[in-house]
Write a protein that binds this ligand. Structure first.
Ligand code: PA5
Length: 534
């Protein structure tokens, strides 16, 4: 007997029946979802009917303006960005509509040369500076939809405080900095990585004899530090980031729309795709709602406790950054210690992936034959795009990509590995809007199923605080270092941080490696000594 398993022993005929029974076809968004190779049984949907009904209720309240982020006492309004009519009040509706209008007008003026740089007739490049939710969406969309040979402006990203990384980007831009429009994107307006990237960019403009303000645009919260700086220095423009939009769900706000519009991407189509997907994923008929099905499959595969990892395998180069974007969307939203009742739950789902068939020559070996601690989501794109030349009799380059997808899926389920397959027709702006909206809603529904707040990020804040404390410690070290060599432990005692000797040792190593302290003797943490530069 030919069996495809997926946790349930099935003949090929059974699998075919199951495929037909559960295939969710959404014509209006040209998307389908096949869950037949997940190992749920017939009782699963029944057992989840009431939690799912509650999740739909939560989502409906959220869309109507409930305080869905109770920890930060905020509404959660990313669904209004593509359907301003459903915003809970007229002020929000108007703000969204006006901002989209301003984005389109600004991009058109930049393209036409009406808005131009200080010393050149036109902007030819965009430098986007931001991190996390203020970078991953724009980077994904730019890579998925851009075409360097025909983009209206070439786009570059700085998304870290790595001096070497920043220098590489600024060197790539080189003398075209004079024609570069810099976007500084930060909801809080005070994120150190983005501030540092901005300072390095501003210094580069200055070194080139250019005024940064005449090339700069801020996308940030009203009244933030960045907002005030942009106002005081009279930057070219400012666009809002509202408190009811979270960083990782901000791709369809000015955060993602402005860079995309400048690049020449059809932002109306992205918004329309997202709005159409929202319509479909509001359906309370679970079997006709791909977001509900995905959330239920996440629950089924992970026991509602993150017991298995989610592997994203899009068979399309343009979707390479989708897994990275989803990694943040899913892990920052769901990775929570405490649930809404205040109980310790340690929730989350680990997400990783790149693209097929490339990954078949990397970690897919372990997926097929190694530890079975994951479920795969394949993304299939029907239209090949590009020049799919014939390489063998009746076989094209695109046929190979598609064949590898189906083959790998078969090989995985033949060895009891679970997978789903999401199919879209093509990669265009509308489809990208659909995919963003689909996973945003899946995360929201799944968060309700497991009872957590998906819209705050206490772990990110904790990391920021800890870094501030480390840098304060470094300042103490620098002001206490003398010509007298001391070990890390001695210096820690001198400055009243006896318990922080390990951190001190790391800080001293870094200072010494960068010529800001001297390592007098070497020999490991206990005996190495450091002193001030001569
Ligand atoms: O999703 C989030 O909230 C975070 O990843 C933020 O986007 C990230 O920390 C950057 O914050 P900000 O936009 O305030 O600079």
């Amino acid at each position: 007997m030919n069996r495809a398993q997926g946790g349930i022993s099935m003949t090929k005929a059974d699998l075919w029946n199951r495929f037909q029974e559960y295939l969710c076809i959404c014509e209006s968004i040209e998307l389908s979802l096949d869950i037949s190779r997940m190992s749920f049984d017939d009782a699963f949907f029944k057992s989840m009917a009431s939690p799912m009904a509650a999740a739909f209720k939560d989502m409906s309240a959220l869309e109507k303006g409930a305080m869905a982020n109770p920890d930060e006492k905020r509404m959660v309004g990313h669904y209004w960005l593509r359907a301003p009519n459903i915003a809970p009040d007229v002020a929000i509706k108007t703000a969204i509509e006006q901002t989209v209008g301003r984005i389109k007008a600004f991009a058109a003026d930049v393209h036409s040369g009406k808005i131009k740089p200080e010393k050149s007739p036109r902007f030819t490049r965009v430098l986007s500076i931001g991190i996390g939710g203020s970078a991953l969406g724009p980077m994904f969309v730019s890579d998925a939809l851009g075409n360097p040979s025909s983009d209206k402006l070439q786009i570059h990203f700085i998304d870290n405080t790595d001096p070497d990384g920043c220098a590489r980007i600024l060197q790539t831009i080189g003398s075209e900095l004079s024609q570069t429009l810099t976007l500084v994107i930060s909801k809080s307006g005070s994120t150190p990585e983005s501030r540092n990237g901005m300072l390095l960019a501003a210094a580069a403009y200055k070194a080139a004899g250019l005024e940064f303000a005449r090339h700069a645009v801020a996308i940030t919260g009203d009244g933030s530090h960045l907002d005030r700086q942009a106002q005081e220095e009279r930057w070219l423009s400012r666009f809002p980031m509202w408190d009811w939009v979270g960083g990782r769900t901000s791709e369809l706000s000015a955060v993602g729309l402005l860079p995309a519009a400048l690049q020449g991407i059809d932002i109306d189509a992205m918004l329309a795709g997202a709005a159409a997907c929202d319509e479909v994923t509001r359906r309370t008929d679970v079997l006709a709602n791909p977001a509900a099905l995905l959330a239920l499959m996440w629950y089924h595969a992970t026991g509602g406790r993150g017991e298995k990892d989610m592997v994203m395998l899009p068979y399309k180069d343009r979707l390479l950054l989708f897994s990275r974007y989803l990694q943040q969307l899913v892990m920052e939203s769901l990775g929570k210690r405490i649930n809404l009742k205040g109980e310790r739950v340690d929730q989350g789902i680990a997400v990783y992936g790149n693209k097929g068939s490339t990954d078949q020559h990397a970690y897919v070996q372990q997926l097929r034959d190694g530890v079975n601690n994951f479920f795969v989501t394949f993304i299939r794109v029907l239209e090949d795009g590009g020049e799919s030349g014939t390489v063998e009799s009746n076989i094209t380059v695109g046929d190979y990509l598609h064949g590898f997808l189906l083959g790998t899926r078969e090989a995985l389920s033949g060895n009891d590995r679970q997978s789903m397959m999401l199919t879209v027709r093509r990669i265009d702006a509308r489809t990208i809007g659909v995919l963003i909206a689909l996973f945003e809603r899946t995360v929201g529904l799944y968060a309700s199923l497991i009872g957590i707040n998906a819209y705050h990020q206490p772990g990110v804040e904790a990391g920021k605080k800890a870094a501030t404390a480390v840098l304060a410690l470094q300042s103490k070290i620098l002001s206490s270092l003398s010509q007298q060599p001391q070990t890390a432990a001695q210096l820690a005692a001198t400055i009243g941080h006896k318990d922080d000797a390990e951190t001190l040792f790391s800080l001293l190593e870094h200072l010494a490696a960068n010529g800001r302290a001297k390592q007098a003797t070497d020999g490991g943490p206990a005996v190495s000594t450091f002193c001030a530069m001569g």
